[in-house]
Design a protein around this ligand. Structure first.
Ligand code: ATP
Ligand code: MG
Length: 234
């Protein structure tokens, strides 16, 4: 294991105790990631946890209001990670093994097509030929995913007296699934917004087409958070 920690608060009550955040990751996992980066000819200098990277991304783009609780739901291809940020600090995280692949697999199963074709349909690259089944498949997985998110939030809220979540920010490629944002908002009764990690990031329109950047923004939550880090910072 690689282990790292950060002291979160100093001992204000003279009890000789303090809050410490501890992160432990299997060396194998770290090696897999660093090898990919090295093979691409790059030199990794900082390793971070995706939910912390998202928290840093939020910090530069969405200033926190004291006492405001946010939930971040990062919906990738195989994993959805949920974290609750209370007054700027992550106090709860959970990962569920669900994501974009489930949508694609369900479309694939219902329409009896290849994964590749299903993926193209899901992302709107292929004109919808059987839009009813497509919509049905997307809705059923969206409902399952939303249910899992709601269960996690209820679990957190149940164990933490008087807490509530004011807003859910969704990110990751699968936050772009058609109708997911509205469905999640409806089923959780909490406002749901798709994050824009470039909200407060200055970009040069000569180098980055603003429309393209807007379209791709949800993919870059973790990446922008990582980009806020520097070698040997804390
Ligand atoms: N326009 C779109 N509509 C629906 N789904 C999309 C769209 N664009 C990308 N996706 C899906 O988003 C997923 C990839 O998102 P992302 O890049 O956040 O995942 P990842 O970080 O690679 O995965 P993980 O975090 O699970 O390891 C894929 O399942 C892809 O099909
Ligand atoms: Mg991801």
């Amino acid at each position: 294991m690689n282990i790292d920690f950060q002291i979160l608060g100093s001992d204000t009550e003279g009890r000789g105790q303090m809050d410490v955040m501890l992160v432990a990751v299997k060396k194998d996992v770290i090696n897999d990631y660093t090898n990919v980066i090295k093979e691409a000819g790059l030199n990794p200098v900082v390793i971070d946890v995706d939910s912390f990277a998202l928290e840093n991304m939020m910090e530069i783009n969405y200033p926190v209001t004291p006492g405001e609780n946010l939930a971040m739901v990062n919906i990738g291809a195989s994993i959805t990670s949920i974290s609750v940020i209370l007054g700027g600090l992550t106090i709860f995280t959970r990962s569920i093994p669900m994501g974009g692949n489930q949508f694609t697999e369900e479309i694939q199963r219902q329409l009896n097509i290849s994964f590749k074709e299903a993926e193209e349909m899901k992302t709107g690259k292929k004109p919808e030929s059987e839009s009813e089944s497509l919509g049905g498949a997307i809705e059923s997985i969206s409902t399952n995913l939303t249910f899992e998110v709601k269960r996690s939030l209820d679990f957190f809220l149940g164990g933490s007296q008087g807490s509530y979540v004011n807003k859910i920010y969704i990110s990751g490629g699968s936050s772009k699934v058609a109708g997911l944002q509205n469905l999640m908002q409806e089923k959780t009764s909490i406002p749901v917004e798709v994050i824009n990690p470039f909200k407060n990031v200055e970009t040069n329109p000569k180098h980055f087409d603003p429309d393209k950047l807007k379209e791709m923004a949800p993919y870059f939550g973790v990446a922008v958070g990582l980009a806020t880090r520097r070698f040997a910072d804390r």
